[in-house]
Design a protein around this ligand. Sequence first.
Ligand SMILES: Cc1cc2nc3c(=O)[nH]c(=O)nc-3n(C[C@H](O)[C@H](O)[C@H](O)COP(=O)(O)O)c2cc1C
Length: 434
Amino acid sequence: MHLCGFLIAGPVVHSHAIWRNPAHETPFLSLAHYARIAQLLEQGCFDFLFFADRLAIADRYADSHVAGIRHGDQDSTRMDPLPILGAMAAVTRHIGLGGTRSTTYDAPYNIAREFATLDHISGGRAAWNVVTSMNDGEALNYGSVPHLGHDERYDRADEFMELAFKLWDSWDEDALILDRAAGLYADPDKVHYVKHEGRWFQSRGPLNIPRSPQGRPVIVQAGSSGRGKRFAARWSDIIFALQPNIERMKVFKTDVDAALVDAGRPGGSKVLMAVMPFIGTTRAEANELLALHDSLADPVAGLSTLAAHANMDFSGLPMDATVNEIAASGSQGNIAALRSITPDGSMTIAEAGGVYARGVMCPRLVGTAEDVADELIAIIDSGAADGFVVSPAFLPDTFESFVGAVVPILQARGYLRSNYAGGMLRDMVKGGAQ
Ligand SMILES: Cc1cc2nc3c(=O)[nH]c(=O)nc-3n(C[C@H](O)[C@H](O)[C@H](O)COP(=O)(O)O)c2cc1C
């Protein structure tokens, strides 16, 4: 079973209650907070952790930033993940380190440098969550209005990846010589111009960084529309998904497997499903934790995040209108998943605000550590996933109880490594090194 810890460098993750933890403050602007989480997840033998990211505060809801900023929604604060990952590399040795960057608002040369650098300084532990970005706020921040259309963003992303891969390949593996006596730094014949001239990008190259331990970062992707799945099937090592229940997980996994076959890469990518555990020493305690959590998740913050995901201001609709009235130009996959929760289309916008605030549709696994381990194992055994993106309800509390109580059960039952074998992240996610 592959495990990834889900993070955002801000007050909120999928759960919009995180920063309101009544037990203690959540110091989400401090490095110590992230260093502690990285070490904890490494203690739990997670494959990797990753920071989701977006490039704008949310202001689609009521065409204003007020709801999101007042209540602390998913986009109210997001620090840049890459510097934090660099610091995490210094305090860990094995766990993979993933960051999100956008193919719509960044340049291939920048991205190639950032992840080559992270891969070098972490000894082959870098991963890039490739996103195409979702909403007009992001376009406005980068002076690129209007936001490119949904499928066009993926077209641009295809060329972005082609160029990034060329840049990572521009240094041969044995180009760096470092013959100190002869004064030979590197072999110029093994460092290549890329001379890329495309529809979206021009870049001469080569990269100004020698080939990194993994050659390129592990590529993660989470598009869930048809076009998104085709993109992921072509490029990714890992696919993240968020599906509300095991039936939808199975449908998603079947679709992805077919897309991988179409892309000529059968079995070429692992599917990790997002889940949000609530772990108690008894079931009653887990249910109390869930109730406490949900009482702190403000539906207005959920509506603000939902509007940002849909890239639509639906505040003019009545609260009892159904979610079928929401037409997404942002994340098509997320809105389709929201509709699928009530197949008769009866979920109202008010209810969707609650669902989003409590965990953006992440299925919640509630019970003792045994119960949670049983559910994870059942999903793996059913073939609906290769692993999980563990999304916390409180930080670092959820990861503490998961690592302290669920991980030992998964290890004892042979579903999770008990220590790291010392390979690189790509070896780990391919199932090679355990
Ligand atoms: C676990 C997970 C993590 C994601 N992380 C991000 C993220 O960091 N930034 C982002 O803009 N979208 C993120 N997404 C959303 C997808 O990357 C994708 O942008 C979105 O679903 C739109 O693509 P689609 O229309 O193909 O579904 C994430 C989705 C999942 C399931």
